[in-house]
Ligand binder design. Structure first.
Ligand SMILES: [Cu+2]
Length: 119
């Protein structure tokens, strides 16, 4: 599934618009695609998982392959083929950079990292 931005009308905050962003996890390699996403407050970002067992957890710029305390973590999603029906969605609460990585094995060291709202 390719990434896209779909504006939807939000019932929150009157006439505000919220967008939903999509990130593919491990499709065709140890990558998030896209690996950089720009989102605004109220938007959602949904991760879609591909074989075989990836996850997504929040990290930090200084330690990109280590989970931060109280950060989001999807856990590992097992997939035998194609795109999993299991997704993981976060809601953007501010526009600070959100660094994330795949905690599986050495995937992060192999480059499986990404950022929402890069500085
Ligand atoms: Cu992975």
């Amino acid at each position: 599934m390719k990434s896209y931005t779909l504006p939807i009308v939000s019932s929150l905050l009157g006439s505000a618009y919220a967008a939903s962003h999509s990130i593919d996890v491990g499709e065709g390699g140890l990558v998030f695609s896209p690996n950089s996403t720009t989102a605004t407050v109220g938007d959602t970002v949904t991760f879609h998982f591909y074989p075989r067992a990836h996850g997504v957890a929040r990290s930090s710029y200084s330690k990109p392959c280590a989970a931060i305390d109280n950060g989001f973590n999807s856990g590992f999603v097992q997939v035998t083929s194609g795109e999993s029906a299991t997704t993981f969605t976060i809601t953007i609460n501010n526009t600070d950079p959100i660094w994330y990585y795949c905690p599986q094995g050495d995937h992060c060291q192999a480059g499986m990292v990404g950022v929402i709202n890069p500085p």
